[in-house]
Design a protein around this ligand. Structure first.
Ligand code: ZN
Length: 344
């Protein structure tokens, strides 16, 4: 065990004393079951006595607290900086602030506080993230192979041309064929699933008018909303799969540039759940379009859409979607284009 393991143990579990045998039990928080189970197993913490646990506390707690103090100081420094100064930080310095603000132990309450105290500074920080030119170039080289195979696939291009007329099953088939092409180009297996808005709301305990996502990826599998698919534009079957697959790669792939890996590992997305962001659609659109993970995914989506349009001559049709959804997507595409234009 080291102090990082110890921090995981105490921040990701409830610590309870078992009165029957006087042993300490660690009850993992939701989503942290594997982390805690591994820690218990690797450090032989099954039925650890209160005395032994106190020894661990004495050994590691001072280190954990010292680290926390440093983080709080850094967050305080950030609060006292001007947006101009933040915009002049290097990419690595910006990533360090993101890693500190969105560290894995950050609670939602704390994050909500940080957000309300640092709204402008956070936007300046995220707006100023510029990815290296060679990163974009290598991303585009790989995407070019995807573009060629999609543009040469007659089933896909025929379906794109007739998107409004084909039935739901043909739309789903387009997505599945696109996924096969992605598997082939990137050598990464890709599973696809479908859900309806009603199923989504039931699963997430949302009320009947709540916003539902058009597509998302979870644990490496990509899910599509079949209701939204019916009203989608003719590029959804190819470019949204590619967008969601980009998110899957952000989680699973090691990129050549270590700064990129650190940036993609930041939990900046946790801020999207904050009440004051979710409740205002313009605030939601601003923050969503500034998420580094979305900038990468939207820029690559835009890239493949433009290239496929060049190669096939198929124009993108208008989706039958709500004004809010369109505004959020327009913002995200615009921010991605700006970020790419300013790459370093
Ligand atoms: Zn996305």
């Amino acid at each position: 065990m080291n102090s990082d393991d110890f921090a995981d143990l105490i921040f990701f579990s409830n610590i309870e004393l078992n009165p029957e045998n006087d042993a300490v039990n660690f009850i993992a928080y939701k989503g942290k079951e594997t982390v805690i189970a591994d820690l218990i197993k690797n450090n032989h913490l099954e039925n650890i006595s209160m005395d032994d646990f106190n020894n661990l506390v004495a050994k590691y707690m001072p280190l954990v607290q010292a680290k926390q103090k440093l983080q709080e100081k850094k967050i305080d420094d950030f609060k006292n900086m001007s947006p101009e100064k933040i915009s002049r930080l290097t990419l690595e310095q910006k990533i360090e602030y993101l890693e500190t603000i969105f560290n894995k132990y950050q609670t939602n309450e704390k994050l909500a506080d940080i957000y309300s105290l640092n709204k402008d500074n956070l936007k300046a920080l995220l707006y100023g993230i510029r990815l290296p030119k060679d990163f974009w170039q290598s991303e585009e080289r790989q995407a070019d192979r995807f573009v060629s195979l999609v543009s040469d696939n007659q089933q896909i291009t025929d379906n794109m041309k007739n998107w409004q007329k084909i039935n739901l099953e043909d739309k789903k088939a387009t997505i599945k064929t696109t996924a096969k092409i992605i598997e082939y180009v990137y050598g990464i297996p890709l599973e696809i699933g479908f859900y309806t808005s009603e199923e989504y709301r039931k699963h997430h305990n949302l009320d009947e008018n709540a916003h539902t996502l058009g597509a998302y990826q979870e644990k490496g599998k990509i899910f599509f909303n079949s209701d939204r698919l019916e009203n989608s534009d003719n590029y959804m079957g190819v470019s949204v799969v590619f967008h969601e697959f980009t998110h899957k790669r952000q989680e699973e792939t090691k990129f050549d540039n270590p700064l990129i890996n650190r940036l993609f590992a930041c939990n900046a997305y946790n801020i999207m759940g904050m009440k004051n962001i979710v409740s205002s659609s313009s605030e939601y659109g601003d923050m969503y379009s500034l998420m580094p993970l979305e900038i990468h995914a939207f820029a690559m989506q835009q890239y493949v859409e433009n290239k496929i349009a060049d190669k096939t001559g198929i124009e993108k049709t208008k989706a039958n979607e709500s004004k809010n959804i369109r505004q959020v997507h327009d913002k995200a595409f615009a921010m991605a284009a700006v970020a790419k234009y300013h790459s370093i």
